[in-house]
Design a protein around this ligand. Structure first.
Ligand code: RP5
Length: 189
């Protein structure tokens, strides 16, 4: 388990669900958006938030359903880059159109797809079957609330992307991998 260096609330912004006027929102401090199709996805997305907070990366968290709030999803996608979002981690279960739709609508923002449950073949299939021209890297899925290798890896990958242009963050990413290496014991028991 990684040490928590900061209080989670310092790095989290949950967007007001009533605020669907993303076109009127000012720039955000958040560089990463954690986007999910339902509030029920949050326990499976929260490992991504933990990693981003470890790296001291601001993130905004928002529920956008491709099927139930399609206008909100479209407006968010159209304005996210202007507002300062540089990476999106998108999660949905079931037919899981949200990650693919966001990837289709955000040509300048890398969208990383994550499933709440890795044993959700429809969601996984939806994300790995994008048409040529609309890439959507699928990062994996979870097994239980609070444990999701896909969400964890998506957040590490988001940090790696941002670290291309941020030297301080690059050092933290290298340190993270060093710590992970040291955390693996040689003895099996
Ligand atoms: C998907 O359907 C969501 O992303 C979620 O994974 C799943 C169930 O949503 P709820 O019925 O819990 O709102 O769209």
């Amino acid at each position: 388990m990684l040490p928590k260096v900061l209080q989670p609330k310092d790095y989290r912004f949950a967007l007001d669900p009533q605020s669907e006027h993303f076109d009127k929102l000012p720039p955000t401090d958040a560089q990463v958006a954690l986007v999910m199709g339902s509030q029920s996805d949050w326990p499976y997305m929260s490992p991504a938030a933990d990693i981003l907070e470890f790296f001291e990366i601001f993130h905004e968290d928002v529920v956008l359903s491709a099927h139930r709030t399609e206008g909100r999803m479209a407006l968010y996608a159209q304005h996210a880059h202007r507002r300062g979002i540089r990476v999106v981690i998108a999660m949905a279960g079931g037919s899981a159109h949200l990650p693919g739709m966001l990837a289709s609508m955000m040509p300048l923002v890398p969208v990383l797809g994550v499933a709440p449950n890795k044993r959700d073949p429809e969601a996984v299939g939806s994300m790995i079957a994008m048409p040529a021209g609309k890439p959507l890297p699928y990062m994996g899925g979870g097994s239980e609330p609070g444990r999701n290798a896909g969400a964890t890896n998506a957040a590490i990958f988001a940090a790696t992307i941002l670290a291309l242009n941020e030297k301080g963050l690059a050092l933290k990413v290298v340190s993270y991998h060093d710590a992970l290496r040291r955390s693996v014991p040689l003895k099996p028991y």
